[in-house]
Design a protein around this ligand. Structure first.
Ligand SMILES: [Zn+2]
Length: 187
């Protein structure tokens, strides 16, 4: 949008605002036709100012990319990438039954580490900073109910907030082919 367009569009939009302010039950039809014409003019100006297509997704990286309605950001490209990461994480990790010639890693397997998880943290304002005021919950609704109960309590804090904590693992790169190998039966 160049400066001339900005000026014209701003004027047209402010005019529409004035129409809105002046609108009453007695506004005559002739006036409404004027409003209609001004609205059209503003729309045309907008049409000229906007050069890109309306975004189809909420993804900052691919705003006009293909849509996946089941994805939280509607982005098919990112959702495909996320799915692939999850798939390789769950299926392709190091072969579970460890080959006999390899000693078990002393660092453990992925399964030994905490699962990716999300938690909701109730926090209260103590006058200087936010502090955790209850157990982090696995369930958002539960955390909200907890905060509601705090608000209704005898001495509620000045403010509460709900913090979403999310930890996840993403496979960045795989070296080699992790084939599944069965443990030899003991004999
Ligand atoms: Zn994307």
């Amino acid at each position: 949008m160049n400066h001339a367009q900005l000026t014209a569009l701003g004027r047209a939009l402010r005019l529409l605002g004035e129409h809105g302010e002046a609108l009453t039950a007695d506004t005559p039809d002739t006036r409404l036709h004027e409003v209609k014409a001004d609205l059209r003019r503003a729309l045309d100006l907008l049409e000229d100012s906007v050069t890109t297509a309306a975004p189809s997704t909420r993804c900052p990286e691919h705003p006009n990319g293909p849509v996946d309605t089941s994805a939280p950001d509607l982005c098919l490209l990112c959702e495909t990438r996320r799915r692939a990461a999850r798939r390789s994480e769950y299926n392709g990790g190091p072969a579970q039954p460890r080959p006999a010639e390899r000693a078990p890693s002393r660092y453990g397997t992925r399964g030994d580490r905490p699962q990716p998880q999300q938690r909701w943290l109730p926090e209260a304002w103590n006058g200087r900073e936010w502090e955790l005021c209850g157990t982090p919950r696995r369930d958002r609704r539960e955390a909200e109910l907890y905060i509601t109960a705090q608000l209704r309590g005898a001495r509620p804090a000045m403010a509460y907030r709900l913090v979403h904590e999310f930890t996840d693992y993403e496979v960045l790169r795989v070296w080699g082919t992790p084939l599944r190998r069965d443990i030899e039966p003991m004999s």
